[in-house]
Ligand binder design. Structure first.
Ligand code: 13P
Ligand code: SF4
Length: 344
């Protein structure tokens, strides 16, 4: 693999000068870029030496996305990117369950996770034992899990979904009794969408939520619309049904970015993690954002220092390994998603 040309601090500053994460709490002045550039250039050298790639979710910090990432996207796109790369090492700057998914799909590749906080409030809300108990109690139900789950939970489920395909997959599966887990709010949104599509399925839900998306509320949208009549409101399906009903567009993180590429909207309320706003500030700097965004502490715990550490000297806990008894069943659950998602 070729080494990327070294980047200079002024090039990085030029790229990130419009980012104003969390209002003005996180900016990219030249001095900060001077601190980042040696780390970025060393990481890019090591990637070339080790035939490694960095996959980054759009929620991680801009210096990772624009400094060292080879693939950036949503959970579905990154799972596909992990399969398409011929690199031997994948550094997954995101959250643990995304790294697990990459390893399940690519058991022979080394998957490293730099995130210090191995968590996600959705993935942490349910265990494989919980699903085994639910299955005993609900033997007639098909179990569909959100991708934000551990490998052990996926191994107990029939098919998984991401925010980009949840509605279509719930509609397409050949069962009218669905247990959807763990995201209760996404589950409520699926129930609403099935009513709109006139699909009659009984859907039971687990009681998990994403702590970032559950905070948004429709009253705040109404107030901001009264202040900015031209406002365009975009939200992620982990928000509540009330928020979705008050939104102009709902989609996965990549779908939200794609929507912005094809619209003339200029004043935006973005109801998802701040990373999407910061990507748009870099890629479409004319946009005006109102309201505040919320940060995911798990995604933002990825740092350049940690990416360098996992490439130079990974600790045992940085290297993903999947239990042998779990691997094949979790793979079947993810492969079922690809099959249903791509079926027309
Ligand atoms: P996406 O599938 O849209 O990337 O969402 C993942 C996630 O964790 C959102 O909070
Ligand atoms: Fe999990 Fe929410 Fe963070 Fe996404 S934003 S990784 S669902 S805690």
């Amino acid at each position: 693999m070729l080494t990327a040309d070294p980047i200079t601090a002024s090039q990085l500053h030029e790229k990130l000068k419009d980012v104003k994460l969390g209002g003005t709490t996180c900016l990219y002045p030249l001095e900060k870029c001077e601190r980042y550039v040696p780390l970025i250039n060393r990481i890019n050298e090591l990637k070339a030496e080790q035939n490694a790639v960095v996959l980054a979710h759009s929620y991680v910090s801009p210096e990772i996305i624009y400094g060292v990432a080879d693939f950036v996207g949503d959970s579905y796109g990154l799972a596909k990117d992990a399969m398409s790369t011929d690199a031997t090492t994948i550094v997954f700057a995101a959250v643990k369950f995304m790294g697990d998914t990459a390893k399940i799909l690519n058991p022979t590749k080394e998957v490293l996770i730099p995130s210090e906080l191995n968590g996600c409030t959705l993935a942490d809300s349910i265990t494989g034992d919980d699903v085994r108990k639910l299955r005993r109690e609900n033997p007639d139900f098909m179990f569909i899990c959100y991708i934000n789950t551990s490998a052990d939970v996926k191994a107990e489920c029939d098919v998984c979904v991401t925010s980009s395909n949840a509605y279509d997959i719930v509609e397409r599966v050949p069962s009218d009794k669905i247990y959807f887990l763990p995201d209760k709010l996404m589950g409520f949104n699926i129930i609403e969408e099935m009513k709109t599509r006139k699909v009659d399925k009984e859907i039971k839900l687990w009681d998990g939520t994403c702590y970032v998306h559950e905070e948004y509320d429709p009253d705040m949208i109404d107030y901001l619309r009264s202040q900015h009549p031209e406002l365009r409101v975009l939200s992620h399906p982990e928000c509540s049904p009330g928020v979705l009903q008050h939104s102009d567009y709902v989609g996965s993180t990549s779908q939200l970015l794609n929507y912005m590429k094809d619209t003339d909207a200029e004043t935006i309320l973005m109801l998802t993690e701040c990373g999407i706003t910061s990507r748009l500030q870099v890629e479409m700097p004319h946009l005006k954002f109102v309201g505040s965004c919320s940060m995911c502490r798990y995604m933002k715990s990825n740092t350049l220092q940690d990416i360098l550490r996992v490439l130079e000297n990974p600790r045992p806990q940085d290297v993903i390994s999947i239990d042998e008894g779990v691997q094949a069943r979790a793979l079947a659950c993810i492969e079922a998603m690809f099959e249903y998602a791509e079926r027309k």
